[in-house]
Design a protein around this ligand. Structure first.
Ligand SMILES: N[C@@H](CCC(=O)N[C@@H](CS)C(=O)NCC(=O)O)C(=O)O
Length: 228
């Protein structure tokens, strides 16, 4: 059966943001698995939906919209399908901008830094110690900022989440990357606030389920288990 919401995803940290959010919103959707090892994401059929050739990508036929960029996709889904603002905040509110701040910090900060760290540590044929060190230091700096976001939000809202009083897009974009920190040799024990937050967020069964769509990553399995 064809469903109007099509999620183009692979078992990657950015993709899991989308599967997690679709699960939380209890939406019916079709998974279009993208095989990154075969470079599906750079094929003409994929580039028609997202010229940037990356996952996650969304095609919602209900509104005839094709979107790339995890942050933009989650904001679209929130505005369209989270009318009660269970996992987001209404535009114009203070909490909305704090949610956006944390989300942009992820997509423009932690996400790329973790991606580069993994590239230089695990994928690049030639080892470049300066590049490895640069991204290692940057990830640790960014996690210190994340600790501070959590601390300030707790002071203001007495909340365990990143923005405002409840789980939101701010948490969802960050949680996707947390299990990868182990691969970057950044132990979460050095960031107790982030560790506590991650354990709290992972209590949501929809979030655990999102990490299994399209497939569980064996790497993530081990790393998720180490957070329990
Ligand atoms: N800024 C993008 C980054 C997406 C991204 O880097 N996706 C990776 C997987 S986690 C990807 O598609 N890599 C394959 C490629 O770059 O060809 C977002 O937030 O959605």
């Amino acid at each position: 059966m064809s469903l109007p919401i099509k999620a183009f995803i692979a078992s990657t940290p950015n993709s899991y943001k989308l599967s997690i959010f679709l699960e939380l919103l209890k939406l019916k959707y079709e998974v279009v698995p993208v095989d990154l090892s075969k470079n599906d994401q750079k094929q003409p059929w994929f580039l028609k939906v997202n010229p940037n050739g990356k996952v996650p990508t969304l095609h919602d036929e209900t509104n005839d919209i094709k979107l790339g960029e995890s942050g933009a996709i989650l904001l679209y889904l929130a505005d369209t399908y989270d009318k009660e603002r269970k996992y987001s905040y209404a535009p114009g509110t203070k909490e909305y901008y704090k949610m956006i701040e944390a989300a942009f910090f992820q997509v423009g900060g932690i996400g790329p830094a973790v991606g580069q760290s993994i590239h230089f540590k695990l994928i690049a044929q030639e080892k470049n110690p300066m590049a490895i060190e640069r991204f290692h230091i940057e990830i640790k700096r960014l996690l210190t900022v994340l600790e501070e976001y959590l601390k300030r939000n707790k002071e203001e809202y007495n909340s365990e989440y990143l923005a405002g009083s409840h789980l939101s897009i701010a948490d969802i974009v960050h949680i996707g990357f947390i299990p990868y920190l182990k691969v970057c040799d950044v132990p979460l024990n050095d960031f107790p606030g982030v560790l506590k937050w991650a354990q709290h967020v992972l209590e949501h069964p929809e979030i655990r389920k999102g990490f299994t769509i399209p497939r569980k990553s064996t790497l993530w399995d081990d790393n998720l288990a180490s957070l329990d």
